[in-house]
Design a protein around this ligand. Structure first.
Ligand code: DAH
Length: 372
């Protein structure tokens, strides 16, 4: 039953205390039951509203109705009661505000979550990983080296003597301000991953089988098929009695594994200072199947209608290269090896049918999303 103000007949101290106590208890119970702003307003009006509030009623019924001798005591009691009721009403306000801010902070687990795109492997990284995997299955491990390299590792130890014209083919980007150093210590951006051959042989004794993926730089203006920054995968196998037959067998197997078992490989003589003999390897065009024509008549552009695509340079490690690491077990009279290096960006272009190399390096999410 809701509280209503009783008429007082007994104004003795215990009777007053009991009436006050009952009133405060009732107010406290109602304060605790307030659930929302509308209820708060109703509660407030009911207890302290000027017109019909319980406090004005108490004034009316308890004070004015008090017999003369009890007025003073009743007045003190009622004042205390008012203060307590005010406090309860204040408290109810504060409780509501707290409840509101708690509700604002509460997590609504029924709302849909925030989507965070998980990203995708870049096509060049994907192609690199696939090629590296092919060699890992053959027992090769992965090595890496610095992109800012010395003249010694990029050229000298790979049998490019100072001033040798083969250096010109590399369109090297040199680091500025190196002139005061001896030539072999001057820094440059590595033009190929081959320096890691020497770096690895300096730290690992033969036999070794490694592949070296990495970024390289050359002074080539960017266009649909060139970029001043691109990627290579280098390979090196050194052991006793490694022959050109091992080179051919390994690379032929790797290409069949990567492009599909029906591709053919072809080796044509070439020159690299760090291999002798040297070759360029071609695979039969996996776009036109080696015919040079698409759909029977249209010219096949990727292979320039030749039916063959050049994929890498390779050769038997030149004995002059082993001389630089002879002390670590690479006596050219005792060991032999083969090496190869391929550009991975062009393979990714062909594989994914992309017609402009620049797309790979512009970082446009709309392009990259297609590989997700
Ligand atoms: N480093 C050569 C280049 O970038 C590619 C290459 C050719 C690497 C023959 C080799 C190799 O290891 O044996 O043009």
């Amino acid at each position: 039953m809701a509280y209503s103000v009783p008429k007082l007949t007994d104004y003795s101290a215990p009777a007053l205390a009991a009436a006050v106590g009952e009133c405060i208890r009732a107010c406290a119970i109602e304060a605790a039951a307030v659930r929302n702003d509308a209820e708060l307003k109703a509660f407030r009006d009911r207890w302290i509203g000027r017109k019909n509030g319980i406090l004005p009623q108490i004034n009316e019924l308890w004070l004015k109705g008090a017999p003369k001798g009890a007025k003073r005591d009743a007045g003190i009691r009622v004042n205390e009661l008012k203060a307590q009721i005010q406090e309860l009403v204040e408290g109810a306000h504060v409780a509501r505000e707290n409840a509101d801010s708690a509700a604002a902070e509460r997590v609504d687990i029924s709302l849909p979550g925030v989507r965070r795109p998980i990203g995708a492997e870049h096509p060049v990284v994907k192609t690199t990983n696939e090629m590296v995997r092919v060699f890992q299955k053959l027992g090769y491990s992965v090595a890496e080296g610095p992109v800012v390299e010395t003249d010694y590792y990029n050229f000298e130890s790979l049998n490019f003597p100072p001033n040798h014209p083969a250096r010109d083919t590399q369109d090297t980007l040199f680091i500025a301000g190196q002139q005061s150093k001896p030539q072999r210590e001057r820094l440059l951006l590595r033009t190929h991953t081959s320096p890691v051959q020497i770096r690895t042989m300096e730290t690992m004794r033969p036999p070794i089988r490694i592949v070296i993926p990495g970024t390289v730089h050359r002074n080539d203006p960017p266009d649909a098929s060139h970029s001043p920054m691109f990627h290579q995968i280098e390979g090196l196998a050194v052991d006793t009695n490694i022959t050109f037959g091992d080179l051919k067998g390994t690379l032929d197997h790797a290409m069949k594994e990567f492009f599909g078992s029906n591709v053919k490989t072809s080796f044509r003589p070439s020159f690299f200072p760090f291999t002798e003999p040297s070759a360029e390897m071609f695979v039969s065009c996996f776009i036109c199947g080696g015919s040079g024509k698409r759909d029977g008549s249209a010219p096949c552009r990727p292979c320039k209608q030749t039916g063959w695509i050049e994929v890498l340079g390779c050769g038997m490690v030149d004995p002059n290269v082993f001389e630089f690491v002879k002390d670590n077990g690479y006596d050219p009279k005792k060991v032999s090896g083969f090496a190869f290096g391929m550009g991975i960006d062009r393979l990714a272009l062909l594989k994914y049918g992309v017609d402009d190399l620049q797309y790979f390096f512009q970082g446009d999410v709309r392009f990259l999303q297609q590989f997700g």
